[in-house]
Design a protein around this ligand. Structure first.
Ligand SMILES: [Zn+2]
Length: 432
């Protein structure tokens, strides 16, 4: 029987029946549950699975090497190591020394770690916060858990892949460091914030909830058409936590509490609940009644921080922001192509012919991102980082506007003028 756990916008947990929580088995459902798609893709899929298994094995070996390097334990016997790997890992380690800066290039970091950005980043941050020692975590189990999470992201998704998860985790780290918040956070808050960020989209199929509902995907009926994807991300995370045994040494009520709070954080990323969270946040700020000594208020702010991290792409420097925008639109268009191919109605934003990247981005920024980040700016009173993010947001919005004009056929503005508006990764010394 499926038992629901509903999290309220103020952070309170409302567990369905007796607090029992079921975990989803890993790999329990096909990528997209349409038999028509499977027949043509079957052969390629088998090859992909084998390739992924080999890649995972290699990744683990690389990770073992990387973790030694990050702890400063690299043996001084260069002959036993591949020189090129050393060079890349040296650069990755150098990047990690600046992991708290807002212009951190996660795409570059992912290349330098050979596709292991999520595992490498999480291990580093767990060390920064001394979480391994604090929670007496077993390193082998932690590696197993993080490896599973990273692998269960679909690398063929242009947007919802492990690099997005690593990007959200890096943003979350920046928010956890905000002076307004940092001094109040307990090790458990930090642990939950990082874990939720890393796993918040795990096993994302690359299509949205309406697609799953109209194709009668079994997840849609399992979760009764509500927060279908987010519920799946959460339950899959719980499944991996239990499979890896990462929390098995903790008292049962504590690990149950961690699972529930992870759910409350991950479910908060459902964009359909944006207004509910935004209004509660605004109300707290208007009334000035947030008390970060209270665990429930800190949990609410972690929900908001994760929501911000999840949609912070337009607040990044243009060069990074543009890449994310193109990736997310590519994923939308792929869904639109599938819908067209199988005579389904094309979902909003998914029609490449009528929904341009600049138009999608301007709508997203105006209705979703700007309202949330203006409140976050207010919450931080304001911080240098939140000011930087708003500056990028406004610049990027203006860039998309000029690109939209450039792509309107009747417009006389030359394409080249608007092609590369401004800004490069790493520009400006004032970026925190
Ligand atoms: Zn996400």
């Amino acid at each position: 029987m499926f038992l629901s756990c509903v999290c309220e916008a103020d952070g309170r947990l409302n567990t369905g029946h007796a607090g029992v929580l079921l975990a989803e088995r890993r790999g329990s459902y096909p990528l997209i549950d349409l038999r028509i798609l499977k027949t043509s893709a079957q052969q390629g899929e088998v090859e992909t699975v084998t390739r992924r298994k080999v890649k995972r094995l290699l990744s683990f070996q690389r990770y073992c090497h990387a973790s030694r390097l990050l702890r400063g334990l690299v043996p001084h016997t260069p002959r036993s190591l591949h020189l090129l790997d050393d060079d890349y890992l040296g650069q990755a380690a150098h990047m990690l020394s600046k992991v708290g800066t807002w212009n951190f290039d996660i795409f570059l970091f992912d290349r330098l770690t050979n596709g292991n950005s999520l595992v490498t980043l999480m291990c580093h941050l767990f060390n920064v916060y001394d979480l391994i020692h604090h929670f007496q975590l077993d390193m082998v189990k932690l590696n197993r858990f993080l490896g599973m999470v990273q692998e269960d992201y679909h690398s063929q998704n242009p947007y919802h892949n492990a690099v997005h998860a690593a990007d959200v985790t890096q943003a979350m780290y920046c928010y956890l460091k905000e002076p307004k918040l940092a001094e109040h956070l307990s090790p458990l808050d930090v642990f939950l914030g990082l874990m939720a960020a890393a796993a918040h989209d795990v096993d994302h199929p690359g299509v949205n909830q309406p697609f799953l509902i109209k194709t009668r995907h079994h997840l849609a009926s399992l979760y009764q058409n509500t927060s279908v994807l987010e519920s799946h991300h959460w339950r899959s995370t719980v499944g991996m936590l239990r499979e890896s045994g990462l929390l098995s040494h903790l008292p049962a009520d504590m690990s149950r509490d961690i699972e529930q709070r992870l759910g409350s954080l991950i479910l908060a990323t459902d964009i359909n609940r944006q207004n509910e969270f935004l209004m509660t946040f605004r109300e707290h700020l208007d009334n000035q009644d947030l008390d970060l000594q209270l665990a429930s208020h800190r949990h609410f702010i972690l929900q908001i921080a994760l929501k911000c991290a999840d949609i912070c792409n337009p607040c990044r420097v243009w060069e990074l922001s543009r890449q994310w925008s193109e990736r997310v639109c590519e994923e939308f268009y792929r869904q639109g192509d599938l819908e067209k191919k199988f005579d389904l109605e094309i979902s909003p934003l998914c029609n490449q012919q009528s929904d341009s990247v600049p138009a999608i981005q301007i709508g997203f920024i105006s209705y979703i991102v700007e309202p949330l980040f203006e409140e976050w700016h207010r919450f931080t009173e304001p911080s240098l980082l939140s000011q930087t993010m708003l500056d990028h947001l406004h610049k990027n919005k203006a860039n998309w506007s000029s690109l939209r004009c450039a792509h309107t056929p009747s417009d006389v503005q030359s394409h080249s003028q608007a092609e590369e508006p401004e800004g490069e990764v790493g520009e400006g010394s004032d970026i925190p």
